[in-house]
Design a protein around this ligand. Sequence first.
Ligand SMILES: C[C@H](O)[C@H](O)[C@H]1CNC2=NC(N)=NC(=O)C2=N1
Length: 112
Amino acid sequence: MSGLAEQHCEACSANAPGVTDEEKRTLHEDVPDWEILSVSGEEQLRRVFKFRNFAQALAFTNKVGELAEAENHHPAILLEYGKATISWWTHAIGGLHKNDFIMAARTDSAYH
Ligand SMILES: C[C@H](O)[C@H](O)[C@H]1CNC2=NC(N)=NC(=O)C2=N1
C-alpha cells in the first residue's frame, strides 16, 4: 500500500464507515504531529502550522485549499499572522474517516 499522502480520498456519504479505534491508532502513527480532539461531539484532526508572517501562512492555506479541491474533501482553516490551524474531519459522517488522515498527510507534505 502506498504511503498515506499518495492515496486518494473516496467519495463520502452519510453511511460511509468511520475509522475504527484500531484504524485510528494506526493511521495516527503516520500523522503524529496532529492531535485528535472532539468538537461538539465530532472527532477532528488538528494541527497548527507556524510561519514567519501572514503572507507565508496565506500561501500555505491556498496550497491546502488546492489539495482539498483536487480531492473534494475540505478542511476548516484558521488563518492568523504567522499561523495556520488546519482541521480535518468528515462532515457527512460527523467524525473521522480515512480521508481525513490522507488529507492530513497531504497537508504535512505541503509544509516546507
Ligand atoms: C457534495 C460534496 O461532495 C460533499 O459535500 C463533500 C465536500 N467536501 C467535504 N469535506 C469534508 N471534510 N467532509 C465532507 O463530508 C465533504 N463532503
